[in-house]
Design a protein around this ligand. Structure first.
Ligand code: HEM
Length: 338
């Protein structure tokens, strides 16, 4: 059932046993078993590798058992889409600061080569620190200002005599409230829900270059998964990246960049199997996935408004895994200010 291996790549498509971090590890790629692994096993090996791990020495990522369940319950509401939409001004502010720096670099010339990788990393940490700790909260955040004004008008309306249907009359206050409501909704919706193709592109990028290339679980009590009887202490490896390149699932163009495969959503592209895992799956699925995708959409929309760009000839395609998957020699673009 298991094949003992020395070569990783020979074993694509099989469940196999190997050694990882000096622990016996069963690596699984069978979608039915993987579902079971995610549901039945919650304990991670340490240390954790995650794009956000540098911000959280301890926290949800590192908790287990009851402590994890308690914190996950507490944190979930903070990541609901409605809540995330209120963070858009912060994403916007941080994106604007990044673009100002790019504009300074490009100002003297028409075309300019920039390694955007460090800027994108700073953007991520900036957004996290602003959303998590509220620094610079007051600066130029027009939407918060509008929401504040709307709050005052709402309070005024609540304090006045209630007359059924009054809110539909074109009074000065009602007109103002409707105007603000439309403006806030319009800004928040910033066309982001309609960026279907951009979404398909992000999904495809995360398939080919998942920042977390593999996940693992520890068997904390003897367990049977499918035909496997696994003893306590063994580690289960889930090679996300290999699964994302598996031709059995993705077809003969598995190695090609083809966002169209996601044109009808993830379930259609995966035929409802648990094989697309950039954000994990099951109870410990990434709590920040909507946050990350929204931030990326806003950043890209802002960049495209101010710059056109193409890949620089000096870019070397060398994705490498240093805890997370990264471009080894940076991401060099030729920027052109619009
Ligand atoms: C492209 C960006 C991101 C990727 C690819 C990613 C990927 C993942 C993956 C694969 C897991 C599951 C780990 C496992 O099952 O072992 C995870 C969990 C987690 N992610 Fe993300 N993540 C991203 C962004 C974020 C952001 C922006 C945040 C927070 C703002 C975040 C917070 C978390 C937390 C707290 C967990 C642990 C959830 C739990 O244990 O219940 N992630 N992430």
């Amino acid at each position: 059932m298991f094949s003992y291996c020395t070569s990783f790549l020979d074993l694509i498509g099989e469940n196999y046993i190997t050694w990882f971090g000096w622990k016996p590890t069963v690596t699984m790629m069978d979608p039915d078993l993987i579902k079971d692994v995610f549901v039945k096993l919650n304990e991670f090996p340490k240390p954790r590798t995650h794009p956000m791990a540098r911000f959280t020495a301890t926290g949800l990522l590192t908790y287990e058992g009851d402590q994890w369940a308690k914190h996950r319950k507490l944190i979930n509401p903070a990541f609901h889409m409605e809540k995330l939409k209120t963070m858009i001004p912060i994403f916007h502010l941080s994106g604007g600061e990044m673009l100002q720096k790019w504009e300074k670099l490009v100002s003297s010339k028409e075309l300019c080569e920039v390694d955007v990788w460090p800027y994108l990393q700073t953007l991520t940490s900036d957004v996290i620190s602003r959303t998590a700790f509220g620094s610079n909260y007051e600066e130029g955040i027009q939407i918060f200002d509008l929401i504040g004004k709307q709050g005052v008008l709402t309070m005024e309306a609540l304090q006045s005599l209630y007359i059924p249907g009054f809110r539909f009359l074109p009074t000065k206050r009602n007109i103002r409230m409707n105007f603000i409501d439309k403006k806030v909704k319009h800004s928040i919706r910033d066309g982001l829900n309609h960026l279907k193709v951009v979404n398909m592109i992000f999904l495809e990028v995360l398939r080919l270059y998942p920042p977390v290339v593999g996940l693992a679980r520890i068997v904390d009590k003897d367990i049977t998964l499918g035909d496997f009887s696994l003893p306590t202490g063994i580690q289960i490896g889930l090679p996300i990246m290999l699964m994302h390149y598996d031709e059995k699932t993705w077809g003969s163009d598995a190695k090609k960049f083809n966002p169209d495969r996601f044109s009808e959503g993830i379930s259609k592209a995966t035929k409802n199997q648990v094989i697309y895992l950039p954000f994990g799956w099951g109870p410990r699925i990434c709590v920040g996935q909507n946050f990350a995708l929204l931030e990326a959409k806003i950043a890209l929309a802002m960049i495209l408004k101010r710059f056109s760009f193409k890949l620089s000839p000096s870019y070397v395609h060398a994705p490498h895994n240093v805890l997370t998957l990264q471009p080894q020699y940076g991401a060099h673009l030729i920027l052109n200010k619009l």
